[in-house]
Design a binder for this molecule. Structure first.
Ligand SMILES: [Zn+2]
Length: 380
């Protein structure tokens, strides 16, 4: 298989992570057919560019697609793809598992990533599982609370003082010279792992719209590539309309899309409760922009208030997600109100990660106290 640049088209037959033009690279479209197998890795065996290390899987993927009651309120048929049930509570595990399978096969002893949240925990956990060392580079401001959930797996966690945006590129450069395989947000294997979300959705429903919380752009590119490969292989007839969802307080992709720009620009002073999607200069931003234009897809930014409201609505249905994961529902409401999504449409929203990781931001319910003697009264 070959890697190519989605922006300039240059091709590579060695495992580079970014193009000479500085954009991400991705594997060529893989044409396959589904096998009969137990896991997503087996059923779609032909669609992965590297042999998945099945014996080391932690059971990532094959997450439930839940019919949501919130759809009735909005006049659509709504399904929730619950990625919070992955081994480290987010969709990142799919990409980590595939990238780690490659790193092991390629003979790396050490892997790494740049993250403070979901991805850091995921790489840390899978490195332990795979018997590899992990270097996790985090920003200076990362809270001890958050880092505890990363270091518990035994990774070497390093707080880096300096520009967090530059860290992504520095880590790739140093990784190459030091023999550390950095699997950052839009690493080509990671993006391939996210295709599984599209495959699993297509096994169950034929969606008209898929709502995707979008930060670095890795998840969006993966889900898009998954649907495109299904279509190229003749397994689905039509592509759904994909919707990249960002928080208003950090929406570099939506802004460039709206202004008709070809390249994204750094979003100054990002401010949103949806921390997991608050990348001010997404490394796959231009690649996402190109997909949105090519297929006539949508980009929607939502406010923190609407995100909080959506988070509460989901909790009201038994699903506690982090603010970033509630943005899809907030965007759906906006699109329905604007008449951009028609009545009766089949919509899937991806719930990317668990609310337990951002517990301090959550607004809890009420808690009462009751003396044992008056328990009967309290219960009435
Ligand atoms: Zn290029």
């Amino acid at each position: 298989v070959k890697l190519r640049c989605p922006i300039c088209g240059r091709e590579y037959d060695r495992p580079v992570q970014r193009c000479e033009c500085n954009e991400p690279v991705e594997f060529e479209l893989l044409n396959g057919e589904p096998y009969i197998g137990k896991t997503i890795w087996e059923r779609f065996y032909d669609f992965w560019p590297v042999e998945p290390a099945l014996e080391l899987s932690l059971g990532e993927g094959d997450t439930p697609l839940i019919k949501s009651k919130l759809g009735e309120e909005l006049g659509v048929r709504l399904y929730l793809k619950n990625e919070t049930v992955n081994p480290t509570w987010s969709f990142k595990d799919r990409g980590t598992f595939l990238a780690m399978s490659y790193a092991l096969k390629a003979g790396y002893k050490t892997v790494g990533t740049v993250s403070t949240g979901n991805m850091a925990a995921s790489v840390s956990a899978y490195a332990s599982r795979f018997g590899l060392n992990a270097k996790i580079l985090v920003s200076e401001s990362a809270s001890n609370e958050k880092l505890k959930a990363v270091s518990v797996y035994g990774a070497d966690v390093i707080r880096v003082k300096g520009d967090y945006g530059r860290l992504y590129f520095e880590s790739l450069k140093l990784g190459e010279s030091l023999g550390i395989y950095f699997m950052n947000s839009d690493n080509p294997f990671r993006v391939e792992g996210y295709k599984g979300i599209a495959f699993e959705i297509a096994e169950e429903v034929t969606p008209d719209y898929v709502l995707i919380p979008t930060s670095s752009g890795g998840l969006f590119r993966g889900v898009a590539k998954g649907f495109i490969e299904l279509k190229e292989s003749g397994l689905i007839e039509e592509l759904p309309t994909l919707v990249a969802v960002q928080a208003e307080g950090c929406s570099p992709i939506c802004r460039a899309f709206k202004e008709g720009k070809e390249k994204i620009e750094r979003f100054e002073r990002p401010k949103t409760i949806a921390k997991a999607i608050a990348n001010p200069y997404p490394p796959s931003g231009n690649a996402v922009l190109k997909l949105l234009r090519e297929f006539g897809w949508l980009c929607v930014a939502v406010s923190d208030d609407k995100i909080r409201e959506a988070q509460r609505k989901l909790a009201g249905e038994g699903l506690f997600v982090q603010p970033a994961s509630a943005t899809g529902i907030a965007a759906l409401r906006k699109l329905v109100e604007k008449g951009r999504i028609e009545e009766g449409a089949k919509v899937v929203s991806i719930l990317t990660g668990s609310g337990l990781r951002t517990l301090s931001q959550a607004k809890g319910g009420t808690i009462r106290e009751c003396p044992l003697e008056s328990l009967e009264n309290c219960l009435r």
